[in-house]
Design a protein around this ligand. Sequence first.
Ligand SMILES: CC(C)(COP(=O)(O)OP(=O)(O)OC[C@H]1O[C@@H](n2cnc3c(N)ncnc32)[C@H](O)[C@@H]1OP(=O)(O)O)[C@@H](O)C(=O)NCCC(=O)NCCS
Length: 337
Amino acid sequence: MAESIPETLAGLELFSGASSYELTALAKLMELHSLGAGVVLGAQGEVGTRFWILLDGEVEVTTVSASTVTRLAVASRGAILGELAVLRSVPRNATLRTLSACRVVSGGSDALDFLLGIEPVRERIQDIAARRLAQDCKPIPVELKDGSGVLLRPLLPGDRTALVQAVRRLSAESLRRRFFTSAQPSEKLLDYLVDIDFVDHFAWVAIDAGDGSGLATARYVRTDDPLTAEVAFATTDENQGRGIGTVLLGAIGVTAQQAGVEHLVAHVLEDNSAMRAVFAKASGTTRRDEPGVLAVTLDPGDASVLIAPALRATIGSAVRDIVTAASVALAGHTKNH
Ligand SMILES: CC(C)(COP(=O)(O)OP(=O)(O)OC[C@H]1O[C@@H](n2cnc3c(N)ncnc32)[C@H](O)[C@@H]1OP(=O)(O)O)[C@@H](O)C(=O)NCCC(=O)NCCS
């Protein structure tokens, strides 16, 4: 006997924790479609009124900008697609096209509202939304003190290879200052550095405006106290001293403010004059943590003023979308069942 829609949904990771009652009610609001290859589910630019959950097959996600088509992802079984446009009532920013025969269930805002009322599912969708919004963030141009330009954008999971290459090229001294050991970081640590949810862990990367190569990263990770986050920075050796670390601290300050982080803390080796100099510009207060290590505490507002007001505003509006729009949009769409 063919599997029913609620049974199929129950087998997807997205719905783990949802009850059979909830999935039966959800299925009544959704339609099952069997599609061939090459079918466009949703087109970039159209106002989104439906979303899809892929039961099997593959769907290509592409975006067109200045007549260049970029493949953002190939979605497979269990993926939720097109939900951001429905959530935020904005035109779709990507085209979804089946790559193979697919079975999908589709629904409108009533189905999405119902789905977001299922707590564990809501949390997963919030996570997916933040990551997708980060991916959509347009690189922000920044002029450095020597007049040269770099671009800032959120660090994404897809940056892992470039990040590994940059870390491999760091000098032993920079590694020691960043990781407190001159040994190369483990694969597990490298995974962690790109496993960013943009809510509790946010990272910026500065890239070369010309060739797009990575120059520096800065991140914060919330501690057990959600009002406090630990920051860490690294600029490739050949780019240190250009002012990138200072700009990134400003960007981290703006982001932290948007995300409701009230205190930034850093652990810095006592002999790390460059990092201490950057933190001193943001009025960081210092205390000895353990021998050779200082704990620096910064106010995100003091960090944010390291960058010019116009840049602060640009970064602020870019990250507001990522760190808050997902949850605000979700909150606005949730009903009690
Ligand atoms: C610390 C670090 C991130 C700073 O990044 P950066 O892009 O070089 O930062 P900036 O260019 O904005 O600022 C560096 C500042 O340190 C100052 N500085 C550099 N070396 C210094 C030294 N030996 N003594 C005092 N100040 C120094 C620079 O003069 C500059 O200040 P300025 O802008 O007023 O001239 C970078 O040096 C780095 O990646 N180091 C290795 C990893 C690390 O230390 N990470 C921090 C762990 S929390």
